[in-house]
Design a protein around this ligand. Sequence first.
Ligand SMILES: [Ca+2]
Length: 257
Amino acid sequence: MTNGTRLFIRLGATLCALSLRVPAASINNGGFESGFAGWTRADQVGSDGTFALQTGAVSPVNGTAVPAPPGGSTAAMSDAQGPGSHVLYQTFMATALVPQTVLDFDLFIGNRASAFFTPSNLNFATPTLNQQARVDILTGGADPFSVSTADVLMNLFQTTTGDALVSGYSHHASDITALLNGHLNTPLTLRFAEADNVFTFQFAVDNVDISGDRCGTGGIVHLAIGRGAVHNCTDTPAVRLKFIRLKPFVRARTSLL
Ligand SMILES: [Ca+2]
């Protein structure tokens, strides 16, 4: 075996149609290791605080104990000493039909009030108690604070009454295949939002990523070229295809593992 002459392609638990990684849509700087490059922040007028870069094990404004970022050294975290409404968003777009595509992110909830209050708006400056966080995909031109059904194409996460007030980081994965394929060449906005007018609320996000290489049956295609693995796989491979040589033509051999 020589470098560059052997391909190992592992298929998922069900032998699915072979597809290579398709970068049809992507999130820039989803780990916040380059600060807020690629992201836009906005705060409702009159708000105290904002989404800030967070490192270590304390929140960026109040110094409250929080989990360390789950990826790299930095996460984005809302924090304030007064009430406010804060959004963090990035616009992305699919330019070609995608195979099964998943949007991933990790969230930390640090609600220091005694409950969640979840009116259908992100307005903190009202007598109505508002203490919530949510993640949505909006139409590209929507007001970044909107929760209108005309603007929210897909809700990916939302705090609800009875949730744990403070959590560790939790991983969230959403299948956005149909959404992307139904909005080709149309800007979409991934929006993280937090509103609080009861007490302090830290809402943090890290490891935002779009994975466009999953098979429709739930398996994940692996492609390793030479000795360097291109992508990891969490599924148990059932079938391995070994492409022995690239020249003069590719010969394939299959074997059950
Ligand atoms: Ca990070």
